[in-house]
Design a binder for this molecule. Structure first.
Ligand code: GFB
Length: 313
């Protein structure tokens, strides 16, 4: 991408989109275009067509999606499959209709089978049952991948798909019912410390393992691949090691400075036992993560404290 290339970041206010805008700006890309969801409803094809005709972006980072943690996915399956299918279908097809040079589609590692061999390779896609708690979302994301691959094959487009592991960082969602585990625990431990609560509740058994990648690393990888990778093969984005939810909770307790007890609520779902991604393809393309979980937790907690009013409404 030339530094003056016109780049559309869909979902620019979210965890991933805001990191992509931050990193593009830092790298000198000055011709960025974006819209809030109030200005442009990506589930409305007429609005999407008008936007692409008016703005004529050359590159698109499709970071807009309806996302959420395990309970949100489990409670609102219809919204997760409907909104994600509509958003991605509208943007991917409008990108083709308007001659976008390259589009990057963001999937998720929940597209892989619940019991896929670990670490999960890109070619394990569609080789087994999905994790039930987020199957609708995973099906939508798999459809997006297949749409990019089909357009590349039939129309000669250059639409790439990356599969990030669990992400965290600035502009994360800290709402306790809809968020992912890492931001939820930052908030829970912080509030327990402020209120001198004797215990903090962690969902599930604490035994599942998760890999966590800082959002600025993901953004750096996305920009790197937009510049140097073309093709229809998926690329996993991870950092190559995972941690149990119990160990994560203990780390977050230390980061926050909470000294009470952790209690596990086994009535909440554990979800997939493990979701470590194989990063051999990513490494062979010349990229690797640089932010450790300890460094990332410090930065994420700092951001939470600096925006606490917004995050605890
Ligand atoms: O991050 P999370 O909600 O989603 O849950 P997944 C990860 C693990 O953390 C589960 C446990 O075993 C949860 O039971 N956990 C413990 C908690 N305490 C909490 C808590 O307070 N809040 C939350 N949310 N979890 C998601 C998919 O799966 O992964 C999404 O549902 C997406 O669609 C995302 O793919 C990357 O990692 O299990």
């Amino acid at each position: 991408m030339n530094l003056d290339a016109k780049i559309y970041v869909a979902g620019h206010r979210g965890l991933v989109g805001s990191a992509i805008v931050r990193n593009l700006t830092a790298k000198g890309y000055s011709n960025l275009v974006f819209r809030t969801s109030q200005q442009l409803d990506l589930t409305r094809r007429d609005q999407v067509d008008l936007f692409f005709e008016e703005e004529e972006p050359e590159y698109v980072f499709l970071a807009a999606a309806k996302v959420g943690g395990i309970v949100a996915n489990n409670d609102f399956p219809a919204e997760f499959i409907r909104d994600n299918l509509m958003i991605q279908t509208n943007v991917i097809d409008a990108a083709y209709q308007n001659g976008v040079k390259k589009l990057l589609f963001l999937g998720s590692t929940c597209i892989y089978p619940k019991l896929a061999a670990q670490p999960m390779r890109e070619d394990s896609l569609l080789t087994g049952e999905l994790e039930p708690t987020n199957e609708p979302y995973a099906i939508a994301k798999i459809a997006g991948i297949k749409m990019c691959q089909s357009y590349n094959r039939q129309y000669g487009t250059n639409f790439i798909s990356i599969m990030p592991t669990n992400l965290y960082g600035p502009h994360d969602n800290f709402d306790l019912s809809s968020s992912h585990v890492l931001p939820a625990l930052i908030r829970k431990f912080h509030e327990a410390k402020m209120n001198n609560a004797p215990t903090v509740e962690v969902w599930g058994t604490g035994t599942p393992k998760r890999e966590f990648l800082y959002s600025d690393d993901l953004a750096d990888a996305a920009i790197y691949l937009m510049n140097c990778y073309s093709g229809s093969d998926l690329v996993n984005i991870g950092m190559g090691k995972d941690i149990s939810i119990k160990e994560l909770a203990e780390k977050i307790g230390e980061t926050v400075g909470y000294e009470g007890e952790i209690v596990f609520n086994a009535s909440k779902p554990d979800g997939a036992p493990r979701k470590l991604v194989d990063i051999n393809r990513l490494t062979s393309l010349g990229w690797q993560a640089t932010t450790s979980l300890d460094e990332g937790l410090e930065m994420a907690y700092k951001w939470f404290l600096e925006h606490i009013e917004k995050n605890t409404m």
